[in-house]
Design a protein around this ligand. Structure first.
Ligand code: AMP
Ligand code: GLY
Length: 423
């Protein structure tokens, strides 16, 4: 098979590493890829948002399967374009990707089909939004409807903060058109978990759960980031819990989309809050999580390619997939200043030494090659994943590997995976 992987971050490096292991794959292309992905794929000078160029390449090369990593090209309709040429693509159509692309769409769908989520209302008018915030009382959450690079959800501890969040979205338009409409929703208390399922448009099977660490500093302090680390499996999501998530959340959502003429083919990322009243959906995403993917795929026992291809073609899926019982922990190494401003172009050393620690893989996120050197090129630079029989061992191996990596300003959380030790 000829496979095209779209994207160039840590999630895509992990996908490339896994896909390239498949005996079914003759050639793997990545657009645009990164220096880590280069070890597994032919990298193309095509950006993930260059939909026309990507479609032209896939048609000309007769690519058998396109796997889309990030959400933006899916929400913009990459899967629809490829399907219009008769090509097979893993990743939902624009209409189904609206589950991530429009929070109002996702919330309405959940409300209509009884999928548990925070109580909410949708507003196009800032005055009405403010009146509702007053009535609801703090804490509450104000969310921009559209894609806002993960920054569109504002948790407001006071009504003044809510007032400012409405102004930021609807009046100052800090998220552009994505904030013209907002959702105001109740604040949920509990632990957050990311759950992943695979869907062929008609039905879905569970993949695995992971827990992300969103804030920049230890003990969940400081501003939110794209994710500073993850671990899998999550002791709080046991087999019975997984079955319940499939029956109460994933299958009703997949069936609702199918009935509404927007079958969902791809991976469904369910962002959950484990509340005292049971799990509730915080958000849906139409892709793998980053860095959750880096903690999940190294645990996958089987070849991913037949699964992705079956989901993409709408064919039957196996009843379940096999996962190693081992724990995986991924720690993100970030640039000095991230998630605020940071420098790039700083030399990176020690990756090979880090990978000589047993069970360790280093996935590239924001790296580039300048002359012959590997340099930093993003906020999250590397994801260091370690796999071990117990989470304690995986944590130790990940941090032992990190001690061998250096770049100026490098920082990371020291407590990744600790929550997984508590149960
Ligand atoms: P979202 O962009 O919807 O995933 O929200 C980003 C983050 O905001 C989530 O990962 C949560 O930490 C937090 N969040 C969003 N909605 C809620 C809610 N209803 N209650 C509490 N926290 C929330
Ligand atoms: N790690 C959270 C996300 O990928 O959205």
């Amino acid at each position: 098979m000829k496979v095209l992987l779209v994207g160039g971050g840590g999630r895509e490096h992990t996908l490339a590493w896994k896909i390239a292991q498949s005996p079914l794959v003759e050639v793997l292309y990545a657009a645009p890829g990164n220096p880590g992905i280069e070890r597994h794929a032919k990298c193309l000078p095509l950006r993930a948002d260059a939909l026309d160029d990507l479609a032209a390449f896939a048609v000309a090369e007769r690519v058998d399967l396109t796997v889309v990593g990030p959400e933006a090209p899916l929400v913009a309709g990459l899967a629809d374009r490829l399907a219009a040429h008769g090509l097979v693509v893993f990743g939902p159509s624009a209409r189904a990707a609206a589950l991530e692309g429009s929070k109002a769409f996702a919330k309405d769908l959940m409300a209509r089909h009884g999928v548990p989520t925070a109580r909410f209302r949708v507003f196009d008018d800032p005055h009405a939004a403010r009146r509702h915030c007053q009535a609801l009382g703090a804490p509450l959450v104000v969310k921009a409807d559209g894609l806002a690079a993960g920054k569109g959800a504002i948790v407001c501890r006071t009504l003044d903060e809510a007032d400012d969040a409405v102004a930021a979205c609807m009046e100052r338009r800090v998220f552009g058109a994505a904030g013209a409409r907002v959702i105001v929703e109740e604040f949920l208390r509990g632990e957050e978990v990311s759950f992943f399922a695979l869907s062929n448009g008609r039905d879905a099977i569970p993949l695995a759960a992971a827990q992300d660490h969103k804030t920049v500093f230890d003990d969940d302090r400081g501003p939110n980031t794209g994710g500073m680390g993850a671990y899998s499996p999550v002791p709080r999501v046991d087999e019975a819990g997984e079955r319940a998530l499939m029956e109460t959340i994933v299958r009703p959502t997949i069936r609702a989309l199918a009935r509404e003429g927007a079958p969902y083919r791809g991976v469904l990322f369910v962002g959950l809050m484990l509340t005292a009243e049971g799990p509730k959906v915080v958000e849906f995403n139409c892709r793998f999580g980053d860095p959750e993917c880096q903690a999940i795929l190294p645990r996958a026992q089987e070849d991913l390619v037949p699964l992705l291809a079956a989901a993409a073609r709408g064919e039957d899926l196996p009843a379940r997939t096999a996962w190693r019982p081992d724990a995986a922990v991924c720690v993100a190494l970030a640039s000095g200043g991230y998630p605020g401003e940071y420098r790039t172009g700083l030399p990176i050393e020690g990756i090979e030494a880090a990978e000589s620690v047993p069970g360790v893989h280093v996935f590239h996120a924001g790296t580039a090659r300048r002359d012959a050197r590997l340099v930093t090129a993003g906020g999250r630079v590397l994801g260091v994943t370690a796999v071990a029989p117990e989470i304690r061992g995986a944590i130790a191996a990940a941090y032992a590997a990190i001690a061998r990596i250096r770049f100026e300003g490098m920082h990371y959380r020291r407590d990744i995976g600790r929550k997984g030790l508590k149960i």
